[in-house]
Design a protein around this ligand. Structure first.
Ligand code: MN
Length: 255
């Protein structure tokens, strides 16, 4: 990970005239230098260390709230903070965990369990999840998301599927060339051509789909899944959407 310069102004904002040296050390050294050494230790890990240190000392004031908010921004989920504070409770003291929980509940208040799983999946993946895939929702069972990755030379999108989500049987039509290539990015999913056994897709798996072949792709029942979809150039290309993959067909696949 490249080093990332953290801009902090809290020191100068609050103590700039009263304690200018302290403000400078806070903003320029603690945040500007130490926190910014993200090539050595990422922001998420630094947040984890910082909140553990604060809670252990019984510091449950506005500085803990600030660092809980940073931890959330740096990718720590609602499930994870609950686990972290529970763990700290055993080493640092039960009442400190109680005090920290009261603040953490507020910081993660608007997160639902579903959003939490989505945030955790995003952390596994370098490409964005993007927006709910409303344009094609009628051809999917379950919730999918779409993020355009490339709109020059080769059209590439990142498609994310919630557990159990899959697209309908479909055919990429073309009179010459065409078809689709999939590259697994994160999680676990399936690709199936009509009349053939389904193939598992893991991160790095490459699937070549010729034009004219009836198939579907989607997540495993128990895993989020994302693949890059490459549109292969051809003449008179179009997508022909067919019937859904029934629960009976889909449930047969699961290991
Ligand atoms: Mn396809």
């Amino acid at each position: 990970m490249a080093q990332e310069k953290i801009v902090q102004t809290a020191g100068r904002d609050q103590l700039g005239t009263f304690a200018p040296k302290f403000a400078e050390l806070n903003d320029d050294v603690l945040f500007g230098e130490v926190w910014s050494r993200t090539d050595k230790l990422g922001l998420r890990d630094r947040s984890l260390v910082t909140i553990t240190s604060l809670i252990s000392q019984g510091i449950t004031d506005s500085s803990l709230v600030f660092h809980l908010q940073s931890a959330k921004k740096n990718g720590i989920t609602r499930t994870e903070i609950a686990e972290i504070i529970t763990h700290i409770g055993f080493y640092a003291g039960w009442p400190k965990a109680w005090a920290a929980f009261n603040l953490a509940k507020g910081v993660w208040a608007e997160d639902t369990a579903g959003e939490d799983a989505k945030a955790a999946f995003q952390r596994e993946m370098i490409f964005p999840i993007g927006e709910p895939n409303t344009a094609y929702a009628q051809y999917f069972i379950g919730q999918s998301y779409l993020a355009p990755i490339s709109r020059e030379q080769v059209n590439v999108s990142n498609v994310t599927f919630e557990p159990g989500c899959r697209n309908n049987w479909h055919i990429h039509q073309a009179t010459r060339g065409g078809g689709q290539m999939l590259v697994g990015v994160a999680g676990r999913g399936w690709y199936q051509e009509e009349g053939k056994p389904a193939v598992e897709i893991l991160p790095g798996t490459v699937i070549h789909i010729p034009a004219g072949v009836k198939h579907w792709h989607g997540a495993a029942a128990d895993s989020w899944f994302a693949h890059l979809a490459f549109e292969i150039a051809g003449d008179n290309t179009s997508n022909e959407w067919l019937e859904p993959v029934t629960d009976e067909e889909y449930n047969r696949l699961q290991k």
